[in-house]
Design a protein. Sequence first.
Length: 586
Amino acid sequence: MSKASLELGGGNWAAKDGKLLGYAVGDTSGKYLPREFTFSRGADIAATRVNKDGLIEKYRENLLTYSNQFDSWTVVDATATSGQTGYDGTGDAWLFTTTVAGASLEQSITASGVVVFSMYAKKGTVDGIRLRIDAATDANAYFNLSSGSVHSFTGSAIDASITDLGGGWHRCEVSANISSPVKVAVYTTDGTTAYDNGNIYIQDAQLEYGLVATDYLESGSTTGKAGVLDNLPRIDYTGGSASLLLEPERDNWVTQSEHLESSSWYKARCTIEDNSTTSPEGVVNASKMTSTDASESYIGHNAAITGTKATWSFFAKKGDLDYAHGLVWDTSANGCRQWFNLSTGEVGGTTTFGSGHSVDYATIEDYGNGWYRCAMVVNLTAGTQEFRVNISSADTTITSPVNSYGYFYGLQAEDASYPTSYIPTYGTSVTRNADSCSKTGISSLIGQTEGTLFMEFNSPISAPPANQFLSFTDGTSTNRILFGPSTAGDTIRAVVIFSGVSNGGNNYSVTDITTNNKIALKYSSSSVDVFINGVKQASQSGGVFSNSISVITNVSGANSLYVNIKQKLVFPTALTDSECIALTTL
């Protein structure tokens, strides 16, 4: 609205250099000037979002430096000559020429876990290329550039692939689960496993976390980075519209969330094939589970839970069976199961066995292309729990016919009472830090004796933890206005404190807190009025701030605000009742 002095979102979501951009009216002409909100999170590798295309977007990093400056690598008994015509039509390719058997092009690396090494290559006077990742157990992959095929891969290599780009160019890649890394290396071969001296054309090397290579990231003296970077606001498009995703600190206790073939998962009466189909990321890194026995088929993972609730979530896609189900149980054989219908996108039945475990609630969310994120929140006794995922022939049935199959991706165990966004792991459990967003020095934009505060938002869960507030404050605890979703479930809570006097907080019911809701608080020296979804809910005694309001913040730490914010507006004057009703009408 034109009367707003500060706007965040509302079709103007933007971020730059780790800052979230809001907009403020700057002069009488109504020109909008950017206002940068300080945003922090850290833990770059742990955070994800849903991007404009509806795909899960991660943090990406090319762990190599000088990724296309091969004369800066260690060149052993070989030469690297720049200025060659590349796969992309540029003159950025290199001619790699060897003169001694075993000659190589090398770079030392620092990485641990599941990584993928990729390079663009074209046949020269020799037919093949060998990519190697030196580690405690080396990973090797051999490619035939004449036939455009993978000859073989050995050692700790998980998989290898080659993609034809035309003009004789291919992208070659090998993934591995490594520890004690030393270097990556490139060799010329005869198209099999034998060295062959001569030359090949190469371009754009990349080493990154994950099972499959992603779009190339150029690097120089520092690594190349893209995606959900550390301290970058997450503008999330879950459900199709943009919102600011703010979440508390969380751990994914699953150590391999995508590499389900790994020994981190134990398998019962099934086989697992990684990189089997396209995942919710839009790349081919989802796993296929196939039953080998008519009895229960599953994979499982243990994690120590300190609290009395745990959340088990996973992405699942129907194969030839309609149902998937999750199970959480302890070492004393107490547990519970939750079924999910992957044909209809509905939560199925629940069963328990033993004692002390029960399903608090379950959710299923459509991620497109047949994928659903299934989540179950379990009441339990603290201790080591086994988390399983299964395919099922019917609701509340644990068996599956021989050779039946389904797909899984992004498995996550949280020591908490509700699910948060996906946290990828590549060999160890990972912590995503809490999101924090604030802005100081804007007292001129916020009415000191009167004003109106507005937020359009939804809560990812129906009953979030207590004290999840958006806070407008002068920097003290004695002058604050706070509002956000309430732990009571499908309610919005508003707390007003002037000069240390609090209204004690009031809860206002809404139809569904997980869908978009709008709230406006109009304050003045005489009253504070609350408007929610087009209805005036309450009016109470008001007051004035003893100091200028200088901070807009989302509380971090234990009281992190866990919401999707679509829009925030600040008005330096108290709007009329009719304006507040119009502003909050859905």
